[in-house]
Ligand binder design. Structure first.
Ligand SMILES: [Zn+2]
Length: 851
């Protein structure tokens, strides 16, 4: 990458660091201010304004010792760059050179150019007391509320470092808005900054810095006066940097690095690029032969491979274009968006990367997954509040058109032909994917290079190590992929700081992916919230008597029981058979219930509309970036910590963007679904327009994975088709509030069972009646006539009465019994006529728990 691009990108990133420093009241010596105010501050009504710019300069000099040496080097950059780094970063309100003008414009484009002023009454607040407002509470699909509520918010984010515990908005009335809260935040930031490694490998350092900056500034409002404080300093800094890098390349390559050209808002200077992986589900759930033993590892590895592919495809595009990885605004759940210069060479680089990635995917993933890239050109003026929504629409349309284009099979025919030749006659086909040629045998099972890689990833992900993305020839000892990703990126799990490899340029990226285990301490390298929570065996599990009797119970074969015992190794992921065992219910030393897995699949409803028109007129690229990141954080940062704390036997297949796919002991999944819905609602400030739908399905642990995926998807789809904001289980769809009421039904039934008021036989009879009540419901709602034989279902009331009077409360006598019978009858009749078939939900849970 051109040195100047990096210099412009980092300087743009630093442009508002003075806001943080000023609010933290770092000392600004009087003589420094006097010497420099005219340099950095513009004059407004006879006075110097925008003091934060002076602070940006002061703080860069103040912490110079903690920053890479290049920052204070005079000759840094290529061509005729004469700007010092500090001037480039801090003169955005008083620009005098072309590069400074570029950062000024990037700053303005990032916030939607002409910032609309909020009504009076807002700007008089003391800026240090202002807290970041959530965007979620203003989202309104009609667009009205979002515009009306620009002057007040009932919620805000706590001014604290980002962690699973501080992600949630709080009531504004309960927030600590003390002006002095900035100082400790700043001090912690500086203390961590000192530890960030790789100062001599500037790109690596910049990515580490970006992660650290996110931790400390994601809850700092960027602008606090005369605007709505809902854009974080982090997202504003990052989008400004991405825009500045693209702008610089555009003007450099069109030989127009002059003030007039830079300040012209009309030419289309940017490419907004969107990448998306297609076929992810097919790829993750593809089936082969006997894979049960390693299934959990394999699936986790495949899912992580998808994250790697998406991260690294975006990275490859940035590298080919010559822009820093921070040009990618968001990368989650198989999709990414980045900002590039609108130059023929950039478009060519995008096309070349797309083709190279797809060729690699065709060769190694048999075309199961493919990468689609689309882009749209944009001018500075397209980022104004007025025009930004149609720019986003254009980008979405371009992505949809791309989806419809088929992969050119003729082009890849050659690849497939050589693929067929690559089978080894003796080893044959891989037993794990059933598709690729096997390369070797492990435990007597033939395996291909890619499946071997996925198991390697799945196994090592749980080991709490760092991920080094290196050049294929980096020569790192220990395990590595047999097929480096896109032929370019080798992956190694390492501990230590990799100083040597960084210095030699072989270390391309350096990631901490276990965000869930690092709640408190800041990571000093690049954080990627890619690793969902996976349950593993602990040292305590090794000789745990309770676990032993749990695994030995039941009528499974001895062979399987032995396998379950042998799988217990400290740090190894629990297998799906183990998770199913945890669904059993212990009673007096005996285990009851069915050994099954529960699969929970869920995603946010109407996501496109939420981002498309949810914020009404107040849209900007920084706002989109802020809200996308916040949405992703619920699934990628909060969820893993919740599982670790409260549902430790739940396995994450994937979670990020706006969706999740979890597998756990079936009994826990109902509670987990409810908990997630409650937490999500709190996360979006109780906004009834941002909801999510879920589906839960039950499976035996040996079931084929594609069947599991299909059933779970059908359940989720049923919730969507029934009107969204619902959950489907046992084939019945209910609204979330009903689920809570049905949980009360379950409690009542359990109480009756335990007190002897009801016997097990009655449970099964009730089940028949539930089906009749459901059939009656369908009949009442049917438009056409009903066959006579179906009328039988109308008798459920009389049959209920008959069987309750005959069998209920037999442990009581006389009046007591009469009272109890009447009460039970009344309750059950009410449940059946209100909830109908949905009574299955509590009933089947009880039956399965006691079977
Ligand atoms: Zn395979």
């Amino acid at each position: 990458m051109d040195d100047t691009v990096l210099k412009v990108a980092i300087a743009a990133y630093f442009h508002d660091i003075g806001k943080f420093a000023e609010r933290a009241k770092i000392p600004l010596p009087q003589d420094y201010a006097e010497r420099n105010e005219s340099l950095y501050q513009p004059v407004y009504q006879g006075k110097y304004s925008h003091k934060h710019a002076l602070f940006s300069a002061a703080v860069i000099e103040h912490i110079a010792g903690l920053l890479p040496a290049q920052f204070s080097k005079a000759g840094w950059g290529e061509g005729e760059v004469t700007d010092s780094f500090v001037n480039l970063a801090a003169k955005h309100h008083n620009p005098s050179t072309p590069l400074q003008h570029i950062i000024t414009i990037a700053d303005r484009v990032s916030s939607g150019l002409d910032r609309e002023k909020a009504d009076t009454g807002y700007s008089v607040r003391e800026y240090r007391n202002v807290r970041l407002w959530p965007l979620f509470d203003r989202v309104d699909l009609s667009g009205k509320k979002a515009d009306a509520e620009r002057n007040e918010s009932a919620f805000c984010y706590p001014l604290k470092p980002l962690s699973p515990d501080t992600l949630f908005p709080i009531n504004a009335s309960e927030a600590d808005t003390g002006a002095s809260n900035y100082a400790p935040l700043w001090d912690a930031f500086v203390a961590d900054l000192e530890k960030v490694p790789h100062k001599k490998a500037l790109q690596l350092w910049f990515e580490h810095f970006d992660s650290l900056y996110m931790r400390y500034t994601a809850h700092i409002p960027s602008a606090t006066v005369e605007t709505v404080p809902d854009i974080s300093l982090y997202d504003h800094s990052r989008t400004t940097s991405a825009l500045a890098a693209a702008l610089y390349l555009y003007h450099r390559d069109t030989s127009s690095l002059n003030e007039t050209a830079i300040r012209d808002y009309e030419p289309q200077k940017f490419l907004l690029v969107r990448g998306e992986f297609h076929g992810i589900q097919n790829f993750i759930f593809s089936e082969g032969g006997s894979t049960a033993k390693s299934l959990a590892k394999l699936l986790r590895g495949r899912s992580f491979a998808v994250s790697l592919l998406t991260e690294l495809a975006a990275d490859l595009i940035c590298t080919e274009i010559g822009i820093p990885a921070t040009a990618c605004l968001l990368n989650a759940a198989g999709k990414f968006t980045l900002i590039a210069p609108n130059m023929p060479h950039a478009a060519a680089a995008i096309k070349k990367t797309e083709e190279a990635c797809n060729e690699w995917l065709m060769r190694h993933y048999c075309g199961e997954a493919s990468l689609g890239i689309s882009y749209t050109a944009a001018a500075c003026s397209d980022f104004t509040e007025k025009r930004y929504p149609s720019l986003m629409l254009k980008l979405i349309r371009a992505a949809e058109e791309q989806k419809c284009r088929k992969i050119d099979l003729n082009r890849h025919g050659g690849v497939m032909a050589s693929f067929l030749d690559s089978f080894d006659n003796e080893l044959g086909i891989c037993r794990f994917c059933g598709k690729r040629p096997a390369r070797k045998r492990i435990d007597n099972q033939e395996i291909c290079g890619i499946c071997d890689d996925h198991i390697y990833l799945g196994e090592n992900l749980v080991r709490d190590k760092r991920i080094a993305v290196t050049a294929p020839d980096a020569g790192i000892e220990g395990g590595k992929l047999s097929e480096p990703i896109f032929g370019t990126y080798q992956i190694a799990f390492v501990s230590g700081n990799m100083h040597q490899e960084a210095q030699s340029g072989k270390l391309l990226r350096f990631w901490e992916v276990n965000s869930n285990t690092n709640n408190e301490a800041a990571s000093i390298i690049t954080v990627k919230a890619l690793n969902g929570y996976v349950p593993v065996f602990t040292a305590d599990d090794l000789y745990n008597e309770q676990l032993l009797s749990l695994l030995l119970c039941g009528d499974k074969s001895d062979q399987l029981k032995i396998e379950l015992l042998e799988a217990i190794r400290e740090g190894a992921p629990k297998t799906f058979h183990h998770l199913a065992k945890h669904a059993l219910r212990e009673q007096n030393g005996k285990y009851a219930g069915i050994e099954a897995l529960g699969v929970l699949k869920a995603d946010v409803d109407r996501l496109g509309q939420i981002f498309g028109k949810g914020l009404g007129k107040s849209q900007s690229i920084s706002r989109t970036a802020t809200m996308s990141r916040q949405m992703n954080n619920f699934f990628a940062v909060y969820l893993p910590s919740l599982l670790q704390r409260a549902y430790p036997d739940t396995y994450t297949l994937f979670a990020g963007g706006d969706d999740l796919f979890l597998i756990g002991p079936w009994r826990q999944m109902f509670d987990l679904a409810w908990r997630l819905r409650e937490d999500f609602s709190r996360y979006v400030c109780g906004n009834g327009q941002i909801t999510f739908s879920a589906g839960i399905s039950l499976h035996k642990p040996g079931e084929p994975v594609h069947a599991i995926a299909e059933t779970a998807e059908t359940a989720l789809q049923q919730s969507k088709d029934s009107g969204r904001n619902r959950v489907t289980m046992f084939g019945m769809t209910v609204k979330w509030d009903e689920l809570r009421l049905l949980a009360q039904v379950k409690e009542t039934l359990e109480r009756w069972l335990e007190s002897g008021l009801m016997n097990k036989a009655m449970l099964y009879r009730l089940n028949d009646l539930v089906e009749m009540a459901e059939q009656e419901n369908r009949m009442l709602n049917a438009k056409q006539g009903v066959p006579l034989e179906d009328m039988e279902c109308l008798k459920w009331r009389s049959r209920l009465k008959y069987s309750v009077i005959r069998t209920a409360a037999k442990n009581l006598k006389g009046e007591d019994r009469n009272d109890a019978v009447q009460k039970m009858l009344q309750s059950m009749e009410q449940w059946l006529s209100v909830y109908r078939g949905a009574c299955r939900i509590p009933l089947w849970q009880i039956i399965y728990e006691r079977r």
